[in-house]
Write a protein that binds this ligand. Structure first.
Ligand SMILES: Cc1ncc(C[n+]2csc(CCOP(=O)(O)OP(=O)(O)O)c2C)c(N)n1
Length: 658
């Protein structure tokens, strides 16, 4: 390839980004302008892909952590033959387009992760790299790929990136290669006012291999660094000194090039400066197209060769091939829920739902080989360690217990990264209060990932540890996330239903709120069915034509059941257990009304802030917790917060009679 053609290829990327941002009249041109040479090197010499099969198992993954530079990846996907057309580029940031403002997993073939919240992409990439290491170790399949990415100053300033990169270094994820767009400029100005730590030392301390490229336009130097990175057994960070908005005579190296169109005059001046046809828009010169056509052919040959190798491996390893298919297709037994329910003691015993969760998880892991995860240094409290599985350790990826350390945010993002990758069904675990340190459930919900978030110690009734550890408003906040199913089971059967539902769910994440404290067994009329619990709500005592419906979840179901006989006897009370509000709200309206009839008085009992209950209660009563908790034994808390059977019954009766 001549130096002229190479330069043309690079400038094509720059001007596709510039023109799309200009046409949309919004977006971020500066990052793609600076990173175009790095992107060119990555896709023309390293990344192995198949545009016809974007989810090819052995593809190299690419994650644009600096998601604001989305036009960079859209331009690359267009040039490399993915189903991202020129019209799609022209529709950048428009309603229903394949080219939204920030990359979104389900919107664009070739986009591996939804990015934009800085720090997430690089942390997801750690999860993908771990997933591929584990896939290779579990199956022995010929996995030979890398997870590449580009991150920015903003990414590395975010704490979540430090958490995830620390784990990546510890676990020696040598299949992870990141380029750092080290342009010294962020959104509001130069980084000398915010970010002067020695990044090299930070990453070396994490156990990464660190290299520098002094000039972001030096294609050969970038190439050499990537080659070195691939040979090194550690994860790699290649710091590339780029110029934000490179080529723009008046805006390069200023934050003005970061997040707004260059403007008509500056676009012309930039075209003039870089020798690009002045009146062109969305230009891809013929020889540039030809070059990429050649590259597509080249990677196709690599794809064909690998597919052959893979087919041979499968033929020679029927057992492992079966495991591969089980993971790839996420096969689960048809009677999963029943098998999980069978591990619950019968007749039921007083137990915490975290402890029930432990028993269910052991069985689930035996039935679902892709189930893998761990806690943020809380296994002895969350009970989420799988005894029959090995540990994931540096250089050893054949286990399924992952030790995330005290890094909740990183854990959530790594779990999402594994879920994006799609082979393992990942779970995290910590205390419910620390969901405040861990917001990735939102991105999992947005991206329709099957991540599972286990939270224990789910109310003030964790007791003596006090209000810093006692969740109050967290359930309401989590239930406010669209497409997240929040399960708060009341006993072993509902716990089995929660796990079964989460494992079977294909269109979004699930979250569990398990108790620390033991719960009295529920009084169930007749044989209870796990499938009924999986619907998310059901009546525990079927009273025809009730005057009042009391809805409870988790630890407050046995409490409400104990309160029931103490409520003013002139009222007929139906008690509903609602382990998953979101599932109930998906029922057809007439079904909902059969369980919670229209015009009847309604009460919710839940040891949490009741904000979210008014969706169902209307002007009903919430018996909950509307202030911070306190450090005290469980009994004293129940007395002082009005959550004894007597006090709950008295409160409901007074309200009914008022
Ligand atoms: C978590 C998060 N906080 C804030 C933002 C808003 N934001 C977008 S880009 C950016 C910083 C841009 O600086 P840098 O990462 O260096 O990108 P560059 O300007 O070099 O493209 C900020 C603060 C965000 N996207 N995510």
């Amino acid at each position: 390839m001549t130096p002229e053609l190479q330069q043309k290829c690079i400038n094509t990327i720059r001007f596709l980004a510039i023109d799309a941002v200009e046409k949309a009249n919004s977006g971020h041109p500066g990052m793609p302008m600076g990173c175009a040479p790095a992107a060119f090197v990555l896709w023309s010499r390293h990344i192995r892909f198949n545009p016809r099969e974007p989810r090819w198992a052995n593809r190299d993954r690419f994650v644009l952590s600096a998601g604001h530079g989305s036009m960079l990846i859209y331009a690359m996907l267009h040039l490399t033959g993915y189903d991202v057309t020129m019209d799609d580029l022209k529709n950048f940031r428009q309603w229903g387009s394949k080219t939204p403002g920030h990359p979104e997993f389900h919107d664009t073939p070739g986009v591996e992760a939804t990015t934009g919240p800085l720090g997430q992409g690089i942390s997801n990439a750690v999860g993908m790299a771990l997933s591929q290491k584990m896939l290779a170790a579990h199956t022995g399949a010929p996995i030979e790929n890398f997870v590449y990415g580009i991150c920015s100053d903003g990414d590395l300033m975010e704490g979540v990136a430090s958490e995830a990169c620390s784990i990546a270094g510890h676990l020696q994820l040598g299949n992870l290669v990141f380029l750092y767009d080290d342009n010294l400029v962020s959104l509001a100005g130069h980084t000398d006012v915010t970010f002067t730590e020695d990044r090299d030392k930070s990453f070396e301390a994490y156990g990464w291999h660190v290299q520098h490229v002094a000039d972001g336009n030096d294609v050969e130097a970038i190439d050499r660094a990537i080659q070195n990175a691939k040979k090194d057994p550690r994860p790699s960070m290649i710091s590339v000194r780029t110029v934000l908005g490179y080529g723009s005579p008046h805006k390069a190296n200023t934050h003005e090039a970061h997040g707004s169109p260059l403007g008509k005059d500056e676009v012309r001046a930039t075209k003039d400066n870089l020798g690009w046809p002045l009146d062109s828009a969305f230009l891809v010169p013929d020889d540039v197209r030809q070059f990429w056509a050649g590259r597509i052919e080249e990677v196709k040959r690599g794809y064909d060769e690998w597919q052959q190798k893979f087919a041979q491996w499968k033929a020679g390893n029927p057992e492992k091939a079966k495991l591969w298919d089980t993971l790839a297709e996420r096969r689960t037994p048809a009677d999963l829920a029943e098998q999980l329910a069978a591990v619950i003691p019968n007749p039921p015993v007083a137990e915490s739902t975290r402890k029930h969760g432990q028993a269910v998880l052991q069985k689930a892991a035996a039935l679902v080989p892709g189930l893998a995860g761990g806690s943020a240094d809380l296994d002895p409290s969350t009970f989420t360690h799988v005894k029959a599985s090995g540990e994931v350790q540096p250089g050893e990826y054949g286990g399924r217990n992952i030790h995330f350390g005290v890094r909740e945010h990183g854990m959530g993002s790594i779990v999402n990264g594994m879920a994006y990758d799609g082979f393992f069904l990942p779970y995290s675990a910590t205390f419910l209060l620390f969901s405040d340190y861990m917001r990735p459930p939102r991105l999992a919900a947005l991206s329709k990932l099957s991540s599972i978030f286990v939270f224990t110690h789910d109310s003030i009734f964790l007791a003596e540890d006090g209000p810093t550890h006692q969740p109050v408003e967290q359930l309401a906040a989590l239930r406010a996330i669209p497409n997240l199913e929040v399960w708060r089971p009341a006993d072993g059967l509902e716990t089995a239903a929660s796990w079964a539902s989460a494992i079977e769910r294909r269109d979004g994440p699930s979250l569990f709120a398990f108790t620390r404290q033991k719960l009295q067994p529920l009084q169930r009329a007749g044989a209870a069915s796990v499938r009924e619990c999986m619907k998310g709500a059901y009546a525990l005592n079927d009273v025809a034509d009730p005057d009042v419906v009391v809805i409870a979840t988790g630890s407050e179901v046995p409490l409400a059941q104990a309160a029931l006989p103490l409520i003013d006897s002139k009222y007929k009370v139906r008690l509903v257990s609602m382990p998953c509000v979101e599932r109930f709200l998906k029922w057809p309206q007439d079904e909902q009304r059969k369980l919670v009839p229209r015009g009847k008085r309604r009460v919710a009992v839940e040891a949490a802030l009741g904000l979210d209950w008014y969706r169902i209660l209307g002007d009903g009563l919430v018996v909950g917790v509307d202030r911070f908790g306190a450090s005290a034994p469980e009994k004293a808390l129940a007395e002082n917060y009005g959550l004894t059977p007597q006090k709950v019954a008295a409160r409901i009766s007074t309200w009914l009679n008022s």
